[in-house]
Design a protein around this ligand. Structure first.
Ligand SMILES: [Zn+2]
Length: 209
């Protein structure tokens, strides 16, 4: 075994390869809550107006295959105050892929979005929420800074809370999707935020603190 190989082996034992942190809410005292909207297969034409009207800054975890051909729709949402995040190229379950496959899905999509939107997404959400250590390592290698889960979700115009809770807490990350029920789901989010005395805020800004 060569000296360099030996040194690299020792180095990897001392300092394991970096992995992105996994977060499902942000610990904060601030009265804020975070809206995240996934996928992009269904594109409600009212989304831009609805988000703007309610000053709901959202983080959009988009899948490349659903952005293709609809770039302007999502560019308009970004111009309206939303941020682009990474939800892989093809929405494949990452844990079913080897390292090279995961790299293509995660890093390939980040590259594509950098080209399409002019900024590189740095937040990743795994399709279905399924990830492993390879996911976290590969994500770190191509400039992602967190794997983002959620602590409540929006379905059919209602909020589904995790852990037996009945209201939103400061720092909750709320999962919504681009679905036919966009308006109803957003309404449910805004009502729940208001009832809990919380203001929608930009997730990316709060991760920097
Ligand atoms: Zn998804």
């Amino acid at each position: 075994m060569g000296l360099l190989t030996t040194l690299l082996m020792i180095a990897s034992l001392i300092a394991p390869p970096p992995m992105v942190p996994v977060i499902s809410r942000i610990p904060t005292e601030e009265r804020v809550v975070f809206l995240t909207i996934d996928d992009g297969a269904v594109r409600d034409p009212r989304a831009l107006d609805l988000l703007r009207e309610h000053h709901a800054e959202a983080t959009l975890f988009l899948t490349g295959k659903w952005v293709t051909g609809h770039e302007d729709y999502f560019r308009d949402l970004v111009a309206g105050g939303s941020a682009i995040a990474n939800h892989t190229r093809r929405h494949t379950t990452l844990v079913d892929l080897d390292e090279a496959g995961q790299r293509e899905e995660i890093c390939g999509n980040a590259d594509d979005f950098q080209r399409i939107f002019g900024t590189r997404p740095t937040l990743l959400r795994a399709p279905g929420g399924h990830y492993n250590d390879t996911t976290r390592r590969v994500a770190a290698q191509c400039g992602q800074r967190a794997l983002v889960g959620w602590s409540a979700s929006l379905n059919d115009g209602r909020v589904d809370y995790q852990g037996g809770r009945h209201e939103l807490r400061p720092g909750d990350i709320v999962l919504m999707h681009f679905r036919k029920t966009f308006a109803e789901d957003l309404r449910a989010f805004l009502d729940a935020a208001k009832a809990a005395g919380l203001t929608p805020a930009a997730l990316g800004d709060h991760l920097d603190r």
